[in-house]
Design a binder for this molecule. Structure first.
Ligand SMILES: Nc1ncnc2c1ncn2[C@@H]1O[C@H](COP(=O)(O)OP(=O)(O)OP(=O)(O)O)[C@@H](O)[C@H]1O
Ligand SMILES: [Mg+2]
Length: 249
């Protein structure tokens, strides 16, 4: 039996800027099953970040509904939503969102502090996670003392801190070279095996897409195509009118 962990129905989002209204999402339906790894692709401005933020409860849809692990996010108050996110969702931000005044290890500790984990345990886990992403020598570095790729991996470690059943990543490998990307995808795959983690990645990286069970493409705020794993494998660059590949290559 496969359990649906994320269910989005007719999700719409418009942003209002002055007199202008921008429809970033125009009725998206999406179901993601427990343990699945899904890639979201599409051109710049197609609504990928908007969709991921809504699934994470970081923002509210202007239409439709989003159910995460059986909970309609609309039914949660602010405090409840924060707690729900802390327990259920790890989020890797497109531009990392690290706290510039905290070291790498302290950044990773933040969600554990919010979850009430004791100090010693937090620190040990932060070191363990930073080691897992290859940053054992950077644990006391400040964000501005690290490269983009290193900061990105701190953001990954932080997202994993509370062992979230759902991991959402907005371009989580955008600043990594292919070797580091592979190592990270291997790490995530092992976590998925151990913990049955469900993962959704917004990505432009063919390497990431090739490791996903499914890829969906957004265009102008609509879901326009979906490829299964075998279709991803079969598809070749530049040979077709293919939204998924266009979004990637
Ligand atoms: N806070 C905002 N206020 C107004 N418009 C916004 C806001 N955030 C996003 N948009 C608009 O909504 C649309 C979708 O944006 P979104 O950030 O979801 O795109 P994206 O697919 O993630 O793009 P990228 O690949 O460049 O990150 C764009 O037209 C964008 O300009
Ligand atoms: Mg984006």
């Amino acid at each position: 039996m496969s359990e649906v962990v994320v269910k989005a129905s007719e999700v719409a989002k418009s942003y209002v800027r002055g007199k202008e209204s921008i429809q970033a999402l125009r009725g998206v339906d999406l179901e993601i099953k427990k343990g699945e790894t899904v890639a979201i692709v599409g051109r710049s401005g197609s609504g990928k970040t908007t969709l991921l933020n809504l699934v994470a409860g970081l923002d509210k849809p202007t239409g439709g509904k989003i159910i995460v692990d059986g909970t309609n996010l609309r039914d949660l108050g602010d405090r409840q939503l924060t707690n729900f996110r802390l327990k259920n969702i790890g989020f890797i931000f497109q531009f990392y969102n690290l706290n510039p005044t905290l070291s790498a290890a302290e950044n990773v500790e933040v969600p554990m502090t919010l979850a009430g984990l004791p100090k010693a345990e937090r620190h040990d886990r932060a070191i363990e996670l930073l080691t897992a992403v290859g940053l054992q020598k950077r644990t006391s570095h400040m964000p501005d003392e690290m490269s983009g790729g290193e900061q990105q991996r701190v953001a990954v470690a932080r997202a994993l801190a509370n062992r979230p059943p759902i991991l959402l990543g907005d371009e989580p490998t955008g600043d990594l070279d292919s070797k580091t990307t592979k190592a990270l995808m291997d790490l995530l795959r092992s976590l998925r095996k151990e913990a049955g983690m469900t993962m959704v990645f917004v990505t432009h990286d063919p390497l990431v897409v090739s490791r996903c069970d499914r890829a969906i493409a957004l265009r102008d705020g609509k879901l326009v195509q979906e490829l299964s794993r075998s279709e991803i494998e079969k598809a070749r660059i530049g040979t077709m009118e293919n939204e998924v590949l266009e979004g990637v290559y």
